[in-house]
Design a protein around this ligand. Structure first.
Ligand code: HGY
Ligand code: MN
Ligand code: MN
Length: 419
């Protein structure tokens, strides 16, 4: 008989947590290492400790809460997500994975249930990658993909470094951030796409994640007066950039089956109505379930940047700042999630995630799988992000029972009511 979490307690926590950095339009603004992110972290540590978890903060600010098992020598089951948000992002992205994991611990505590394996709840640092690129940084360092020194040296647009900001908010922990022995990792997340909502399903059994690549790019031309400068004498960085925006859309429509491409960030200088743009800094994001498609798209956009630079007589530059391969999750963990959904009579489908997640890196450390809850309208990374509360509860119950299955509920350990 599957165990069920407390919807009321989770709802209360979710609403209180999302008062931190709340925006007027119903979203949240808790970018990585901001003051709002610090308050969110402080709240998590307080709640972890109230739930009897032993809290550890590592050197890149990942927060772990450990519940001992009856056999503490066994590798733990790790479960969690992230609480840093987009600028003016949604209330569900990452948060339901961390608070849902905590709610599972509280449910075990209420029932007096012990597990053979330890269970650890985690909140990863800098998953969103909007203030400090690349994204999934905390889990990436944990998985051995980035050095801690690399993380510390990352700068935001104001020139503040990750290391300075981590120290400033008091989350530059002592514990080393490095791969360690884990039994498995599970993550609950909103789908952030339309599949579940369109099909009217309440659970996604996630079988893998797209691979993706990120570029920082720029064109540098010549600022000049918008009036007296004849068109043939111009070196307009924004015209070159507009070519690439169109090219990214064209590549995404012609390469592979499921390639998506985005120019999401654009800084124009001097950004004045009567000055020919001298420099434009912009970003490129390509993703696909097929890694060769991502690499072909990257090669094409680099060529097109060179062509646009030559056409406009401007200097073009690009730097790859993120590349992660597509991931296929562990079949046993995926089936554990599916079995938990079945036991709860939850309607689900299997799918691959277009969004990146910390689970992508954990998949290289231990057997990993994810649970999705539907995003209404498939919308995310905006303040309009929304998931029906019943679906949050169902996803949390699926996560909880999958973790419990993997942590091996200790025989005869249940002194509470069997739910
Ligand atoms: O970019 C992503 O997919 C994630 O939100 N970091
Ligand atoms: Mn996320
Ligand atoms: Mn996100």
């Amino acid at each position: 008989m599957p165990r069920e979490i407390s919807s009321e307690r989770l709802r209360d926590r979710f609403d209180r947590f999302n008062e931190i950095g709340a925006t007027d339009r119903g979203g949240v603004n808790r970018p990585s290492l901001s003051d709002a992110n610090r308050r969110a972290r402080d709240t998590l540590v307080e709640w972890f400790e109230e739930a009897g978890l032993t809290v550890t903060v590592d050197e890149v600010g990942n927060i772990f809460g450990r519940r001992d098992g009856t056999n503490d020598d066994l590798a733990p089951v790790l479960v969690g997500s992230h609480v840093d948000s987009q600028y003016n992002g949604g209330r569900y992205d990452g948060v339901i994975g961390v608070l849902g994991a905590l709610e599972g611990i509280e449910t075990l505590n209420d029932a007096g249930v012990e597990t053979e394996r330890p269970i650890e709840v985690v909140s990863w640092s800098n998953e969103e990658g909007v203030r400090f690129q690349p994204d999934m940084l905390g889990s990436g360092v944990f998985a051995g993909k980035f050095e801690t020194a690399f993380a510390y040296g990352l700068e935001d647009k104001e020139g503040d470094t990750f290391g300075e900001e981590l120290e400033r908010i008091g989350y530059k922990g002592e514990a080393p951030c490095e791969p360690r022995d884990l039994h498995s990792y599970f993550e609950l997340h909103v789908e952030q796409g339309p599949t579940l909502a369109d099909a009217g399903l309440s659970v996604g059994v996630v079988e893998g994640v797209y691979g993706f690549i990120w570029f920082d790019a720029a064109f540098t031309g010549s600022a000049d007066h918008a009036g007296p400068t004849p068109m043939h004498l111009r070196h307009d960085a924004l015209v070159a950039t507009s070519d690439i925006i169109e090219v990214v859309r064209r590549i995404a429509g012609t390469e592979g089956e499921d390639l998506v491409g985005t120019v999401g960030s654009l800084d124009v200088s001097p950004n004045a109505i009567n000055v020919i743009p001298e420099r434009v800094d912009f970003t490129v994001d390509f993703r696909s379930s097929d890694d060769a498609t991502v690499d072909r798209a990257a090669e094409r956009v680099r060529e097109e940047i060179d062509h646009a630079a030559a056409r406009e007589g401007v200097a073009g530059e690009y730097e790859q700042i993120m590349r992660i391969d597509s991931q296929t999750f562990d079949p046993d963990c995926v089936e554990t999630v599916a079995a938990a959904a079945d036991a709860l009579d939850a309607e689900y489908t299997r799918l691959v995630s277009g969004a990146g997640h910390d689970a992508s890196y954990l998949n290289g450390v231990c057997p990993t799988a994810m649970v999705f809850a539907p995003s209404v309208g498939g919308v995310s990374h905006t303040e309009d992000e929304f998931t029906e509360w019943d679906d949050v509860v169902t996803g949390t119950n699926v996560l909880f029972n999958a973790v419990l299955e993997q942590a091996n509920e200790a025989p005869g350990a249940d002194s509470g009511s069997e739910s």
